[in-house]
Design a protein around this ligand. Structure first.
Ligand code: UDX
Length: 439
């Protein structure tokens, strides 16, 4: 079986490599020639555990190809996945120009029946737009070649993308054409999912499923952050409350960790986009508007705690920051709370010394540039700093040498944005510990 995946970002590259790994012949297409050249040489555009190995292995075996030529790549392919970016426009809605440009090109260059499946997170009704773009391009060349569109949203998490793709908990396929459904069935067979975990539905429902899933997860996080902020005020401990409610299987113990707010490429963008879609249909998604508002405020929580301890004016002070990426095991800086915290500390006159195991290059090149001093390791960041801020819970930060840190910091104060340290234990070592959701 042969397929094409257009777009070599997170979703496209991971999907392409994983499909190749189960024996499918895959061509990954991107308009960026440099990116394609690098991939051919085994250089990954992103850091993702296990990705390099699976890409290189399948490229060498000849099952995974890289190309900039979409027209050639779709020849003989049964499915073309669209996995290009859908960046948020100024009004928060997903910009479909890249998706529709790919659809148009497929329409111009296809020579046989093909299933065009969107894997990018796209607003409800995009399937119809993709169908329209392909049809229009076919009509222009006087062709009535048959084709089908499908929606196959991707639920992989950054930092665990390969694992999530190879062992998905469910696959959602929106399709309205029998031939296309059979092809998709064959494509996903190697993943050996039991029947009920491949869920077929109509295209708009599949598109909606992706947004609803991300919006629900974002809601859990904002809900917990809201409760955590109240816990602090009433003298409760959000961590205890989390354990207390998480043991109810209807609530579940995942995604209820209070912190410095959600970031990344998906939650902020998708919550905005679904609010916008609802507005277009004359409906106000009030819960999700609050989810977004709470999250925007939560990104300021750590800097507020610093100011509550040291005073509003932080001039002449320096803070050590551990972690820059929006979550561990990724170098992704998109919508990372770290950027907001850094801006707020700097605005109050402070300097920041930062260390992140993987995201410093990305931070330097695209996000926070030279706003911070980049350090060689976690301890280096603490040298002569006034206090330590833990922003991203990388595992290497979990059990540090507090003895060493106590000697390096000017004050034994820790602002723990992810509640990974034990307040009581730290107080026995003479540290003041500020967590999220407890006094
Ligand atoms: C998410 C979805 O999980 C995935 O299914 C979808 O396909 C894309 O969006 P990702 O953006 O990779 O994946 O990140 P995820 O691991 O879900 O974390 C999102 C954010 O929530 C991070 O900033 C994380 O720190 C935060 N978070 C997560 C919390 O603050 N508390 C939690 O309990 C869980």
């Amino acid at each position: 079986m042969k397929i094409t995946v257009v777009g070599t970002g997170y979703v496209g590259l991971v999907s392409g490599a994983c499909f190749a790994d189960v024996g499918i012949e895959v061509t990954c297409v991107d308009i960026d020639q440099k990116k394609i050249d690098k991939l051919k040489n085994g250089i990954m555009p992103i850091y993702e555990p296990g990705l390099e190995e699976i890409v290189v292995r399948n490229y060498k075996s000849g099952r995974l190809h890289f190309s900039t030529d979409l027209g050639e790549a779709i020849q003989g392919a049964e499915v073309a996945f669209i996995a290009v970016g859908t960046p948020p426009g100024e009004d928060g809605s997903a910009d479909l120009k890249y998706v529709l440009a790919v659809a148009d090109e497929i329409g111009r260059k296809m020579t046989d029946y093909i299933v065009v499946a969107t894997k990018s997170t796209v607003p409800v009704t995009t399937g119809e737009k993709v169908r329209g773009a392909i049809k229009a391009a076919l009509e222009k060349r006087g062709s009535d070649l048959p084709f089908a569109v499908a929606s196959n949203p991707e639920f992989l998490k950054e930092g665990a993308a390969v694992e999530d793709f190879l062992r998905p908990d469910r696959i959602v396929i929106g399709v309205d054409d029998e031939r296309a459904e059979k092809i998709m069935q064959r494509l996903y067979k190697p993943f050996q999912l039991s029947g009920e975990r491949i869920i077929y539905m109509d295209i708009p429902s599949a598109e909606m499923t992706k947004y609803a899933a991300n919006a629900m997860l974002a809601t859990k996080i904002s809900f917990m952050n809201d409760i955590a902020n109240l816990c602090e005020r009433v003298g409760a401990d959000a961590n205890m409350v989390r354990k207390g409610i998480g043991s109810d299987p209807r609530i579940g113990n995942k995604f209820i960790y209070p912190g410095v707010g959600y970031g990344g490429s998906c939650f902020p963008k998708d919550v905005k986009a679904i609010i916008k879609t609802a507005k277009e249909y004359g409906y106000d998604l009030r819960v999700l508007q609050s989810v977004e508002d709470v999250n925007d405020d939560q990104k300021h929580i750590l800097a507020s705690k610093v100011k509550a301890h040291f005073g509003e004016d932080l001039s002449g002070m320096t803070f050590a920051m551990w972690g820059l990426s929006f979550k561990p095991n990724t170098d992704d800086m998109r919508e990372s709370p770290a950027a907001v915290i850094i801006d707020e500390l700097r605005a109050a006159g402070a300097k920041v010394k930062a260390y992140d195991p993987k995201a410093m290059e990305e931070a330097k090149a695209h996000y926070i540039f030279d706003k911070v001093t980049y350090c060689n390791d976690a301890y280096d960041a603490c040298v002569d700093a006034d206090a330590l801020l833990l922003v991203t819970e990388w595992s290497e930060f979990r059990i540090p040498s507090w003895e060493a840190i106590g000697k390096l910091l000017k004050n034994k104060v820790v602002f723990d944005g992810r509640n990974i340290y034990d307040k009581k234990y730290l107080s026995t070592l003479g540290f003041v510990h500020y967590g999220i959701g407890s006094k």
